[in-house]
Design a protein around this ligand. Sequence first.
Ligand code: ZN
Ligand code: FE
Length: 256
Amino acid sequence: MATIEPLRAFSDNYIWLFDDGAGRAFVVDPGDPQPVRAALEARGLALEAILVTHHHFDHVGGVEALKAETGCTVYGPDNPDLPFIDRRLRDGDAVTVLGVAFDVLTVPGHTLDHIAYFAAAPGPVLFCGDPLFAGGCGRLFEGTAAMMHASLQRLADLPADTAVYCAHEYTQANLAFASAAEPGNAALAARVAEVRERRGRDEPTVPSSIALERETNPFLRPDADGILAGLSAAGQAPAADSVGRFAQLRAWKDSF
Ligand code: ZN
Ligand code: FE
């Protein structure tokens, strides 16, 4: 049976390891080669592929070494600054990796080259890198608020039961902000308690689900009454449109 497991890297990155149950694996965003080598060796797995979401070093730092050592195929964005990509992917492309059929979605905002990988089967899964986090979203390093808002709404439109495999364990800090942005959200309060327990046991809080993100992630909810109230309570007159409120939330989080 296939499994998906997190490999911890740096202080808070997750490199996702897909094990097909028949001795083969792919990894998503290996910023550091060492945890991947250790996992492959411990499990006796052959690395067949690497999926890259964007160009940041904490996501690609291990790609060249792992490719040289294993001869795996590297999938990633169509970014000329990434010479090690074998299959350059654009919006709407379909790729099958170890039997998993992925649709490629471009999701600019955190970076301009950012892509995400969605598969409807064996149970909907999303490998999304850094635009959508559990309870939060990535910083706007290269794109605009309008771009990021559109990217997040695209992800929010995926099936509710999609498991969301993002690339960082930022959930507790994200939810602290979310609680300030939407203080009356009961589902959010329940999530805060659950996440506190899990982190107390040093367990990952990822994967999340699209359903949970729609209910509790302020960056997917700029139209919610509770967000309008949260902005007002923080002394910010809510902007007239969704993108404007999204930008207010992102700027507020940057200094939170
Ligand atoms: Zn990044
Ligand atoms: Fe990152």
